[in-house]
Write a protein that binds this ligand. Structure first.
Ligand code: NAP
Length: 310
């Protein structure tokens, strides 16, 4: 693959920023990687891990002269980060991000983007429950979707180049309006996280069951919820604060369906329960068939391999 950006600047070297650094380097897509992070300890670690050629805490200095700048910060920080970057961006550069909500990125980032700079928000639908530069994985985006939400009038050549960049890191690329993205992700990602946070919180607060029992007898279902509920608190706080309408809309539907399930249990409607569980099983089979999940039992976990202190 030819070099797509001579100078790539990544702002925020957490899980996603570090993964882009590793994947872009591995695929030979960039000559120079500039890392920007406000945290001194993170900057030191980025150096130790060899994630970047240049490291700075100054966003404007890092972005100066870059061909592509990607903001890898929580969505609540996009406005302030874009405000720092805006004046430093060179004409013809691409400014992008990786935030899990897209409407807010357009609204709060857009006004800081100078004329002549291509602003193309993006969301790689890939992640883990880990944070920070050590969590970065070169393979994170392989066979995952990256959704680009270009504002109207975006130059086709810039869009093609950013899409090529994501494809070269192994992602499949899809284009979507920001509002539609936020609605789709509300049901596929945001509400499931909220349910996980809620069920783990409820279990932790139960008076009749001790915390040690919750941990000791955690069955597969609960364990999978705890994995999701271990996701970064800042990132997820920002997702819910910034995708409020879509999440509330989907949560309304969810609550209605939950009430229907509650009624089926109360009235002993076994046929109703069985019919629903059969439909949902088909959805999982579809996800496995599309290569987005493993069909290994227990998500491929090795039996008996749990760490001693878990
Ligand atoms: P992370 O590992 O927690 O890293 C977050 C990075 O953002 C850190 O470098 C942090 O800097 C920086 N940051 C936090 N607050 C900031 C602020 N106010 N101003 C400037 N920088 C700030 O998070 P992540 O998982 O990489 O997530 C980054 C973005 O990717 C988020 O927008 C998230 O929605 C999106 N995303 C995440 C996933 C996922 O599964 N995790 C998947 C797809 C997209 P410090 O080092 O100084 O703390």
């Amino acid at each position: 693959m030819p070099v797509l950006f001579d100078r790539l600047c990544l702002v925020g070297l957490g899980l996603i920023g570090a993964s882009i650094a590793l994947a872009a380097r591995e695929a030979g897509l960039v000559n120079t990687i500039v890392a920007v992070d406000a945290d001194e300890g993170v900057c030191r670690r980025v150096g130790e891990l060899g994630l970047a050629d240049e490291i700075t805490a100054d966003a404007a200095a890092g972005a100066a002269g870059a061909d592509c700048v990607i903001m890898c910060v929580p969505v609540g920080a996009i406005g302030s980060v874009a405000a720092q970057l805006g004046p430093a961006l060179k004409p013809g550069a691409i400014l992008s991000d990786v935030g899990s909500v897209k409407g807010v990125v357009l609204r709060e980032g857009g006004p800081h983007v100078p004329a002549g700079v291509h602003f193309i928000p993006a969301h790689p639908v890939a992640g883990t429950e880990y944070s920070g530069p050590d969590a970065g994985l070169a393979r994170l985006f392989r066979n995952r979707w990256c959704i680009l939400t270009p504002p109207e009038g975006t130059e086709q050549a810039a869009l093609d180049r950013l899409a090529d960049f994501w494809r070269a890191m192994g992602a499949n690329v899809e284009f979507m309006g920001a509002d539609h993205h936020d609605l789709v992700l509300a049901i596929t990602s945001h509400v499931p996280h909220l349910i996980a946070y809620n069920i783990v919180g409820t279990a932790a607060d139960l008076e009749a069951v001790t915390q040690s029992e919750v941990i000791k007898f955690s069955a597969g279902g609960f364990r999978d919820f705890t994995r999701i509920a271990a996701s970064d608190p800042t990132m997820w706080r920002d997702v819910f604060l910034n995708n409020k309408d879509a999440v509330l809309e989907m949560l309304g539907r969810f609550n209605e369906d939950l009430s229907a399930l509650q009624r089926m249990i109360r009235w002993g409607d076994g046929d109703g329960l069985h019919a629903l569980f059969t439909r949902t099983r088909a959805i999982r089979r579809g996800i496995i068939a599309s290569g987005q999940e493993t069909d290994a039992p227990d998500f491929g976990r090795q039996p008996g391999n749990a760490p001693k202190d878990s």
